[in-house]
Write a new protein. Sequence first.
Length: 154
Amino acid sequence: IWKWELEDSLIWLVKDLSLEHDVIFLWIQTNVFQFIKYFDCFILTSLWESFGQVLVEALVLNKLVISTDCKSWPREILAPEIKLQDNITYPYYGKYWILIEPFISEDKFIKNINQILIDILEKNLKKHYLDWSKRAKEFDLQNIEKHYKKLFLN
């Protein structure tokens, strides 16, 4: 059976923060869309991503998302206002979502997530991120087709 190396630490953190009834770990799933619709927040902890369809799905569902700024796609999808080569300070509270430092150590990762969740609750940051679905519309088929034709057929 597959087990993620930080599983025990994350489960402990949830218990330590008394969030057992508020946090559900799905681990590996083939269809996350059916679950995301019930959550207030989506956290992507990947070290790398392909396109990151799950990020767009979370946008469509208007979810607060915290994602590692891993290689390929989270930055492009979540923070189009910054360039790939730009250095940023983490956590980066972008226009659409929150980017966190790519995984370095278990302790630092858990500390970062913990602090962001506390900030969201204490400062009521969710009000800042009211309509993520506008960004998701930029990835719909008609919009992508229009950009493709402009780039490659002109």
